[in-house]
Write a protein that binds this ligand. Structure first.
Ligand code: ADP
Ligand code: MG
Length: 222
């Protein structure tokens, strides 16, 4: 589902640098990403999602070289094929929770917000415990509720790849386990692969593989 080869990326001269010689995420595979804060975990997810572009190397997602697409195509590819739970949620406050969840359908001509999609949004929200909050705006929701909206938005299109950046970070232990259950259950339904950054070590046994991020740090360019 994801293949990375000889990837290098840097935030400007003297900034943080990342080097990933090789990484593969198989179809349907569930991999946890761990590593200290500032080690580049979010940067890697942004590169895979095509939000950032590498300096060198290539990134393939579902057989498409995302690193070779134009900006507009990358955006469309992301919206239709990748579910991304952002670390800061990235919800839009002028939209209701329901509209945020259905946002991928607004911005992707290839996706149609039909009855089935609306029902999926509702049932995901209910499964996450925010079924009665769908008409509220993000600023009227708690952190944990906003996080659930972000998770529903990532799952609603049944993407083949789910990227999750500390999606369980703001939740209590019971909710963490439940949200991960839901994430995995939805991923299994769609046959999706999951790459999830997490600091919750008690959740790691639930993944098939754990990727320790410390290994990818590159020395700053001089
Ligand atoms: P993590 O998610 O593992 O905490 P990040 O990928 O967010 O790490 O950040 C890795 C490093 O890159 C950090 O040192 C951070 O300060 C730096 N960084 C992140 N975003 C930017 C940016 N937009 N411009 C410059 N440096 C950045
Ligand atoms: Mg991060």
């Amino acid at each position: 589902m994801v293949h990375i080869e000889n990837l290098t990326f840097g935030y400007g001269a003297g900034g943080f640098r990342l080097r990933v010689p090789e990484f593969t995420l198989a179809e349907g595979e569930r991999v946890a990403v761990v590593g200290p804060s500032g080690s580049g975990k979010t940067t890697l997810l942004n590169l895979i999602a095509g939000i950032l572009t590498p300096e060198a190397g290539r990134i393939d997602v579902a057989g498409t070289e995302v690193s070779g697409l134009s900006d507009a195509r990358r955006r469309r590819f992301r919206a239709s094929r990748i579910g991304f739970v952002f670390q800061d949620f990235a919800l839009l406050d002028y939209l209701s929770a329901r509209q945020n969840i259905c946002y991928p359908y607004r911005i992707t001509p290839a996706l149609t917000l039909d009855k089935e999609a609306r029902e999926r949004a509702e049932s995901l929200a209910a499964a996450c415990g925010i079924g009665d909050k769908l008409d509220r705006h993000p600023s009227e929701l708690s952190q944990g509720e906003q996080q659930r909206v972000a998770i529903c938005r990532a799952l609603v299109t049944q993407p083949g790849l789910i990227l999750s950046d500390e999606a369980t970070g703001n939740l209590d232990p019971d909710s963490k386990a439940r949200i991960l259950d839901l994430l995995f259950e939805q991923a299994a339904l769609a046959g999706a692969a999951v790459l999830a950054v997490t600091h919750d070590h008690e959740l790691l046994p639930r993944f098939e593989r754990v990727l320790d991020f410390a290994q990818f740090r590159a020395a700053p360019e001089t």
